[in-house]
Write a protein that binds this ligand. Structure first.
Ligand SMILES: [Zn+2]
Ligand SMILES: [Zn+2]
Length: 270
């Protein structure tokens, strides 16, 4: 197991050679005032999870939710620069420990003083660069360079950023430390849910997935009232969107957890 490191001692991550550029120009998406998608799918790299940036439009301060991996880092940074100043980045919240969601923070931490927050149950995997628990080795065949977790989350934490109030929801199942972010937009009182992989994620014992805790998380989630939900990953070429009809989406996903969804994943992962 790799030793725990502090931020100053780590070197920038290497880019994977010969990877085709998936973007030709920065193209962040403004989903709502102060809410942007800056990574994921063809906005950065097909392997990377979606990254969302919440900006205080009065003073420029911002919070990033998920950073993607080094595959899409160059595009993520270009998109970021279109809407905010990296010096104003205060916090990066990881939705869980997986490579495609957070590994690029190994780059970002050299450019920012922003703190990195992750649920306490997933923190050790990132700190040690565990190739199994971060999916880096067995799923992506990539290294995971470890980096420190500055803030360990437990669920229930709240943050204010511009017109948004963020609340961390602990939603274990996909991994023990999976979180989602509930975003309340004060101008309209709309509530937006950023799920990470807590609703649509792979199931595998190798990443400590648990079907019983996942079902409990989904049942808790279905009691919440969301106006919109945002994608965790984008299929090839798909545009992003604020997804409506959240109650039905959650109910459908819940009903599929143990049927076609799980058996599909069993085939893929075993
Ligand atoms: Zn994941
Ligand atoms: Zn994912």
């Amino acid at each position: 197991m790799t030793a725990v490191v502090d931020r100053k001692s780590i070197s920038p991550l290497g880019h994977t050679p010969n990877q085709k550029k998936t973007f030709d120009r920065p193209h962040p998406v403004r989903l709502l005032p102060g809410l942007y998608q800056v990574g994921g799918g063809f906005y950065s790299h097909s392997r990377d999870a979606c990254s969302y940036l919440i900006v205080n439009e009065s003073n420029g301060e911002c919070i990033l939710i998920d950073s993607g991996s080094h595959s899409g880092y160059e595009a993520l940074r270009a998109n970021f620069d279109m809407v905010a100043d990296i010096k104003q980045l205060k916090l990066v919240i990881g939705t869980h420990c997986h490579w495609d969601h957070v590994e690029a923070f190994g780059h970002l931490c050299h450019e920012t003083t922003a703190k990195f927050a992750l649920h306490t149950l997933d923190a050790e995997a990132v700190r040690t660069g565990d190739p199994e628990l971060t999916c880096a080795g067995f799923l992506y065949n990539e290294p995971f360079h470890p980096f420190p977790v500055d803030l360990e989350l437990n669920g229930g934490e709240t943050y204010e950023m511009g017109d948004y109030r963020l609340e961390i929801l602990h939603l274990p199942g996909h991994t023990p430390g999976c979180i989602g972010v509930k975003l309340e937009f004060s101008r309209t009182n709309q509530v937006i849910f950023i799920p990470g992989d807590s609703v649509q994620g792979a199931f595998s014992k190798r990443i400590n997935s648990s079907m019983s805790t996942w079902k409990r998380s989904m049942r808790r989630l279905m009691l919440q009232k969301f106006d919109f939900m945002l994608p965790n990953h984008l299929p090839n070429g798909a545009q992003t969107a604020l997804l409506s009809d959240v109650d039905n989406r959650l109910a459908r996903q819940y009903s599929q957890l143990q049927t076609n969804f799980q058996s599909f994943m069993d085939k893929q992962w075993n």
